[in-house]
Unconditional design. Structure first.
Length: 90
């Protein structure tokens, strides 16, 4: 799960630098990325599939975690800010 959250973070870092250097993002792209992250969190997918959530079975993180790590990458653009392996709270 920590690796997947780091991938979300790095996607945010990419978006940050792509926008800074090339202005490739349209208005609403970040909101759409956050919406997508919240749609594919383990908690939401499990609830939709089975009607209950099993946190011990998470492989990608909750909707909130995925969106938060993406946003952190986008806001900072700093790869050193995304060490999900050392983070005490995900």
């Amino acid at each position: 799960m920590r690796l997947e959250l780091q991938a979300d973070f790095l996607a945010g870092v990419w978006a940050h630098h792509a926008q800074q250097s090339r202005q490739v993002l349209d208005q609403g792209d970040i909101e759409e990325a956050l919406r997508a992250a919240s749609q594919i969190g383990d908690d939401r997918l499990q609830m939709e599939a089975q009607g209950y959530v099993v946190p011990d079975a998470f492989t990608h993180g909750t909707s909130e975690q995925r969106a938060r790590w993406f946003l952190r990458g986008y806001q900072t653009g700093d790869v050193s800010q995304g060490d999900t392996f050392s983070a005490s709270a995900l």
